[in-house]
Design a protein around this ligand. Structure first.
Ligand code: G1P
Length: 305
């Protein structure tokens, strides 16, 4: 953990078990690559970005996943399904490593899918999970936000939720000029250095009116009361039903909402520059290709390659 946070405590029987992953976004920032391929399946080294997210949820103990998908996203279900012909071909070739990599994907979690229909925003996507989630605390992981596996943000959030109840969002300190890309939180301190009480939230504020430089990033642990709040949430920023506005309504009603400040490694794989950084950062740390790639990169940066 790079968080300097207390060790995780054992989670009780009412701890979150389910994760919701909205994957209906169009991926326009990566066109034309994402014309026929879902943006969530773009590879980061040799794994789709979304597989990192699913592995993160499973590592945090959330083994039941719901993907909220849309048109043109069928390849996502295929990626996490068995592929008997491919497995048979790899078995015949004696390629045990790749066979195990392919099987691992389909054995990761119990996965469910629901379609969003008309995309009306992140809040609307999360609302599609209402009957799947029922009356349980649950997590939401956004596919564009890749959190380095060494930095246990989701585990910390689940622990904070267990300890304090209510809902928990992830916060990241960003430069003021970037706050208009994010939900932004007003906060007051708690007795834990990385945990803040949320007093208000605003989706994508202009920098000159932003209440802070604390941005909401794509991990949430939510009380099921969010569904009622979202049903009553009118379209907000961009004409869409915003998850931020739904959580804001919980705060306004006096429900506990806390923020965990993340100080680890996070990549926005929906942004081309950050995507490239994620590929490089994760590739240099790999045991197999890392040493050779790093030595090439050193030469490249020195102007030699
Ligand atoms: C969404 C949320 C925003 C949050 C961001 C994190 O925005 O609406 O509140 O800060 O994810 O990545 P989007 O990136 O979908 O525009």
């Amino acid at each position: 953990m790079t968080q300097g946070s207390p060790l995780p405590t054992a989670r009780s029987a009412n701890a979150a078990r389910k994760a919701v992953i909205p994957v209906a976004g169009l991926g326009t920032r990566f066109l034309p690559a994402t014309k026929a391929v879902p943006k969530e399946l773009l590879p980061v080294v040799d794994k789709p970005a979304l597989q990192y997210i699913v592995e993160e949820a499973v590592r945090a103990g959330l083994a039941e996943l719901l993907m909220v998908t849309g048109r043109g996203k069928d390849a996502i279900a295929d990626h996490f399904d068995r592929q008997p012909e491919l497995e048979a071909a790899l078995e015949k070739k004696g390629d045990a490593a790749r066979l195990s990599a392919v099987r691992h994907v389909s054995e990761l979690a119990q996965m469910h899918f629901v379609r969003q229909g008309e995309p009306q925003g992140l809040g609307h996507a999360v609302l599609q999970a209402a009957s799947y989630v029922g009356d349980e605390t649950f997590a939401v992981l956004l596919g564009d936000d890749l959190i380095d596996a060494r930095d246990r943000l989701l585990e910390r959030m689940l622990d904070v939720q267990q300890h304090r109840g209510g809902s928990v969002v992830a916060l990241l300190e960003v430069p003021l000029q970037e706050i208009s890309k994010y939900g932004c939180a007003s906060v007051t301190a708690t007795d834990e250095e990385d945990v803040w009480t949320i007093t208000d939230l605003v989706e994508k504020p202009d920098p000159d009116v932003a209440p802070s430089t604390l941005a909401v990033i794509g991990r949430y642990v939510l009380s099921p009361t969010i569904f009622g709040a979202l049903r009553e949430t009118p379209p907000g920023s961009g004409g869409e039903i915003q998850l931020t506005d739904g959580i804001r309504a919980l705060v306004a009603r006096g429900e506990a909402v806390h923020g965990v400040v993340f100080r680890g490694r996070r990549y926005d794989t929906g942004d081309r520059l950050d995507y490239l950084k994620a590929v490089v950062r994760l590739a240099v740390d790999r045991e197999d290709i890392g040493p050779e790639f790093r030595s090439w990169l050193d030469g490249f940066v020195a102007g030699g390659a």
